[in-house]
Design a protein around this ligand. Structure first.
Ligand code: GLC
Length: 536
C-alpha cells in the first residue's frame, strides 16, 4: 500500500467510544478502555480507527452535540490520554481519524450560551441561525422546516426569535456565513492535527450552508436518507464546496492527512465533493439500503466502482454504522420489511437469525474484496445482532422522543461490546454497562470467538489478512455474469462468487482462498461466498 494514500485501500474500524471498552468501571466506554484493546485491533488487522465524537458534551445525541471541540469529555478521558493513544496506535501501525461536527454545536457550548444572553441582532447571535418568527409577535416558526429527528426545526427563545436546529433541539446550527465560525474551525482542525490526528470524518458534510432566503420546503427532512431533492434550502447547497476547500487547505498544511465526508447526496452530486481540492473520500452508504438481492448488489457495486474510477477517487464500503440497524439483523428480516420501524411493532417472526448470520458472513467477503476502502463498525466483526428489543425505558437516542415514540432509534446498534463470556457486562467493564446487553452477547464475546476457527471474528481476521495479500496492490475489478442470483467478479487472479439465490450453485474451479461456509459438499450453498484463485 502507498503509505501516503493509506485511506484509499485501508480497512477503517469505527470505534463508538462510549460502547467499546470501559477502562474505569463507570459503565461508559473510554479512552483507557480503547487503549487496553489496541492489541485486539492490531490482531484484527485494521489499518485505521475512526472514533465517534469524544469531545465535551451533554451526550444528548451521543456526542454529536459538542460543548467544547478542544476538550475530551471527562467520561471518556483527557487530551493527554488521546495523545498517548495516538502514539500507541501509530507504533502499532494504525492511523487515527477523529469525528468533527461543524454543522451544529451543543446548546451547552459557550457560544450558544453567550448568544442566548445577548440581544437579537448581536454578533454573538450571528454565530448561529436566529430568525424572527412569523405572526404578529413572532409566535410562529420562521419556516416550515422539520428536524431530522422529528418535530419542527426551529425553537423559540422567548423574544420573538427562533434558532434553527436541523437535528435535535439541543443541537443549534452554526451560521457558516459568519467568518468567525469558519476561522474557529480552521483553528479546531489545527488543534487536533498538531496532536497527530491522521484525519477527520466530517459530520453532515452536506448541511452547513442554508438558503439565505429561507423558503418553505415541500418535503420533510428524513433521518439518514439521501435527500435527492434539488435546490433544497439546507442540503447540498453550492456554497458547501467553498467550505470543503477551506477545510482541505488547512489539512494540506500537514503531511499525509485525510478527510472523509458524511454526505447524503445524490450519486451524481457526490463526485463534486471529491474534486482534488475538496474531500479525499466520501462514505458510500448505498449498501445500507440494499436488500439481499444479487441484482441490487451488482448494480450498487457497478455504479460505485465506475463513479470512483471516472474521477480517480477510491470507493468506500459500509455495511453498518452507529446510525442504522446492524446488518445481520437487517439481512435476517424478510424482504420488504422496513427495518427502521420494525423493532417497535414487529412482526417478530419476520426475523430469521441464522439467515442473517449466513448473509453477514458472505457480505464481509464482498466488502473485503471490492476495490477501495472498507469501514467496519465495532462489533460487526463479532457478528453482533441489533438489540432491537431494548426496553423503551432505557432508550437514549433523541429519535425515540422526537419521533413521538414511532421509532425506537439507534440504541440497538450501540449496545456495549462483549469481550468475555460472562461478568456483569461481559468484560466491557467491571460494572454494568450504560445500555443493557442481551444474554446472546456472552457466546458472541471476543474471547469466545478468538478460540473458534469457525467464528465471525476468525472470518473477519482471515478476510482482512487475505485482502492485504490479494486485493490491495491491484485495484482492477471486472464483473462476471453468472446469472441473476449470483454476484461475481474478478480482482486480478482471484474470482469472487456469492450465491444470493435459493439453491446451491456449482463451486467455481480453482484453489479456495476463503469461504464463508465450511460445507460445500453440495456446491456453494445459498447465502454464501467464496474467493478462489482462478485456474490458469
Ligand atoms: C450524523 C451522525 C449521527 C448524528 C447526526 C447529527 O448523521 O452520524 O449519529 O446524530 O449526524 O450530528
Amino acid at each position: 500500500m502507498n503509505q501516503a494514500e493509506w485511506w484509499k485501500t485501508g480497512v477503517v474500524y469505527q470505534v463508538y467510544v462510549r460502547s467499546f471498552a470501559d477502562g474505569n468501571g463507570d459503565g461508559t466506554g473510554d479512552i483507557a478502555g480503547l487503549r487496553s484493546r489496541l492489541p485486539y485491533l492490531k490482531a484484527l488487522g485494521v489499518d485505521a480507527l475512526w472514533m465517534n465524537p469524544w469531545y465535551d458534551s451533554p451526550l444528548r445525541d451521543g456526542g454529536y452535540d459538542v460543548a467544547d471541540y478542544r476538550k475530551i469529555d471527562e467520561r471518556f478521558g483527557t487530551t493527554a490520554e488521546v495523545e498517548e493513544l495516538i502514539t500507541e496506535a501509530h507504533s502499532l501501525g494504525m492511523k487515527l481519524i477523529a469525528d468533527l461536527v461543524p454543522n451544529h454545536t451543543s446548546t451547552d457550548h459557550a457560544w450558544f450560551q453567550e448568544a442566548l444572553a445577548s440581544p437579537p441582532g448581536s454578533p454573538a447571535r450571528d454565530r448561529y441561525v436566529f430568525k424572527e418568527g412569523k405572526g404578529e409577535s413572532g409566535e410562529l416558526p420562521p419556516t416550515n422546516w422539520t428536524a431530522v429527528f422529528g418535530g419542527p426545526a426551529w425553537e423559540p427563545v422567548g423574544d420573538g426569535t427562533w434558532y434553527l436546529h436541523i437535528f435535535d433541539v439541543s443541537q443549534p446550527d452554526l451560521n457558516w456565513e459568519n467568518e468567525e465560525v469558519r476561522a474557529e474551525f480552521d483553528s479546531v482542525f489545527r488543534f487536533w492535527l498538531d496532536r497527530g490526528i491522521d484525519g477527520f470524518r466530517i459530520d453532515v458534510a452536506h448541511g452547513m450552508v442554508k438558503d439565505q432566503a429561507f423558503p418553505d420546503v415541500e418535503r420533510a427532512a428524513v433521518l439518514l436518507e439521501s435527500d435527492l431533492a434539488e435546490d433544497h434550502p439546507f442540503w447540498d447547497r453550492e456554497g458547501i464546496h467553498e467550505i470543503n476547500r477551506r477545510f482541505r487547505s488547512v489539512l494540506d498544511e500537514y503531511d499525509g492527512r485525510m478527510m472523509v465526508a458524511e454526505a447524503w447526496v445524490a450519486p451524481d452530486r457526490l463526485p463534486l465533493y471529491l474534486r482534488p481540492d475538496e474531500y479525499h473520500q466520501s462514505f458510500n452508504f448505498d449498501l445500507l439500503g440494499t436488500e439481499w438481492n444479487a441484482g441490487e448488489f451488482n448494480s450498487v457495486i457497478a455504479t460505485a466502482v465506475e463513479a470512483a474510477e471516472k474521477i480517480g477517487a477510491s470507493s468506500t464500503w459500509v455495511l453498518s454504522n452507529h446510525d442504522v440497524m446492524r446488518h445481520p439483523t437487517r439481512y435476517g428480516l424478510d424482504a420488504g420489511i422496513n427495518w427502521r420501524t420494525w423493532p417497535l411493532d414487529g412482526p417478530t417472526d419476520a426475523l430469521d437469525v441464522a439467515r442473517g448470520n449466513r448473509r453477514a458472513r458472505a457480505a464481509c467477503m464482498i466488502t473485503m474484496s471490492l476495490p477501495g476502502s472498507t469501514y467496519v463498525y465495532q462489533g460487526e466483526e463479532l457478528g453482533l445482532p441489533e438489540v432491537w428489543d431494548l426496553p423503551v425505558e432505557v432508550l437514549d437516542d433523541p429519535t425515540w422522543v422526537r419521533s413521538d415514540k414511532q421509532m425506537k432509534g439507534r440504541d440497538g446498534c450501540r449496545v456495549p461490546l462483549p469481550w468475555e463470556p460472562d461478568g456483569p457486562s461481559f468484560g466491557f467493564g467491571s460494572g454494568n454497562a450504560w445500555l443493557p446487553q442481551p444474554d446472546v452477547f456472552g457466546p458472541l464475546s471476543a474471547a469466545v470467538q478468538t478460540e473458534d476457527a469457525a467464528s465471525m471474528l476468525s472470518l473477519y481476521r482471515a478476510a482482512i489478512f487475505a485482502r492485504r495479500e490479494h486485493f490491495v496492490h491491484d485495484q482492477s475489478f471486472a464483473p462476471i455474469d453468472m446469472g441473476t442470483d449470483v454476484v461475481a467478479y474478478t480482482r486480478g487472479d482471484v474470482l469472487v462468487v456469492v450465491n444470493m439465490g435459493e439453491a446451491p450453485i456449482e463451486m467455481p474451479d480453482g484453489e479456495v482462498i476463503l469461504c464463508s461456509t465450511d460445507d460445500v459438499s453440495a456446491g456453494l450453498p445459498i447465502d454464501s461466498a467464496v474467493w478462489v484463485h482462478r485456474a490458469r
